[in-house]
Design a binder for this molecule. Structure first.
Ligand code: PLP
Length: 279
């Protein structure tokens, strides 16, 4: 079955999946989500994604309808039904259907949706050359640690990415680099890997955590602190981390060349390290 959908416990073809126009996800962006990919048909770091889904739901006082065991069963069934070589799984929980009112009822019944689509990894040539990025002001709300479906600021940033034909928008808040619109951002300064600290200003990426562990294991010091936009331009290496981008070198930002304009050695080592973890 191509493009599988799952709505409130029932698998249906994607084209037949429906939710109400009074769903609070639709009217208020009142919900949370996760994106997971498979390697060799198996979901990668599913437990970490489900743990973050729990954290996001709890932060919004949203009732998590399924246990991690239930979710794991549904995700595995979705992957099996879709039967793609590699899948991208999208999970979403919203506060459910109710007459429009900003405040919510304590007994709201959440709407749960999952889709499973074919995942096409980035072309290896993109990894070999690295990508261009741009900076843009981080205009997001004060709880970026919650993976909420309220993504307007990210939508606007990604539209600029499309307009300027670059790969990613690096978000800058009061002169400090927070993260990408769909990724975390890391820089290398004299052999040290530096990335924004966990907290309300960034999404704690699953890949970010794995890559920081990898760096430390490989003997590269890693620091969790904000870098300024000036430090970003002057870094020896810059790279993105994320479920879909993995470890991806950024070789130009706002037209300025980073390092020698090629993926740096530490970026390459970490990319290879991640590949060997998933393989
Ligand atoms: N930051 C933002 C804003 C994201 O949307 C994402 C992924 O979608 C990430 C970081 C990377 O998170 P992960 O590594 O869990 O995919």
């Amino acid at each position: 079955m191509p493009n599988v959908a799952f709505v409130n416990g029932v698998f249906v073809p994607l084209a037949e999946a429906r939710v109400s126009i009074e769903d609070r996800g639709f009217q208020f962006g009142d919900g949370v989500y996760e994106v997971i990919r498979t390697y060799k048909g198996r979901p990668f770091s599913l437990d970490a994604h489900l743990a973050r889904l729990d954290r996001s739901a709890t932060a919004l006082d949203l009732t998590q309808p399924y246990s991690r065991v239930d979710w794991t069963r549904h995700v595995l069934e979705g992957i099996e039904r879709a039967a793609y070589p590699e899948s991208k799984i999208y999970l979403q929980i919203t506060r459910g259907v109710a007459p429009r009112d900003h405040a919510y009822a304590d007994d709201a019944m959440p709407t749960v949706v999952m889709t499973v689509r074919e995942f096409h990894p980035l072309d290896r040539s993109v990894q070999a050359t690295g990508v261009d990025a741009m900076t843009t002001e981080d205009i997001r709300w004060g709880r970026c640690d919650i993976k909420s479906v309220n993504l307007l600021a990210n939508v606007l940033a990604r539209q600029k990415v499309k307009r300027d034909r670059v790969f990613e928008a690096i978000l800058v808040n009061a002169g400090l680099v927070t993260e990408g619109a769909i990724s975390n951002v890391m820089v290398v300064q004299r052999g040290t890997v530096v990335t924004a600290p966990e907290g309300a200003r960034i999404l704690s990426g699953v890949t970010r955590g794995i890559v920081l562990d990898l760096a430390r294991h490989m003997g590269f010091p890693a620091q969790e602190r904000f870098v300024s936009q000036a430090e970003l331009y002057e870094a020896d290496e810059v790279f993105l981390t994320g479920t879909t981008v993995e470890v991806l070198a950024v070789v130009r930002i706002d037209g300025k060349v980073i390092g020698d304009g090629r993926p740096g050695l530490i970026t390459q080592r970490l990319a290879a390290g991640l590949t060997s973890l998933v393989g």
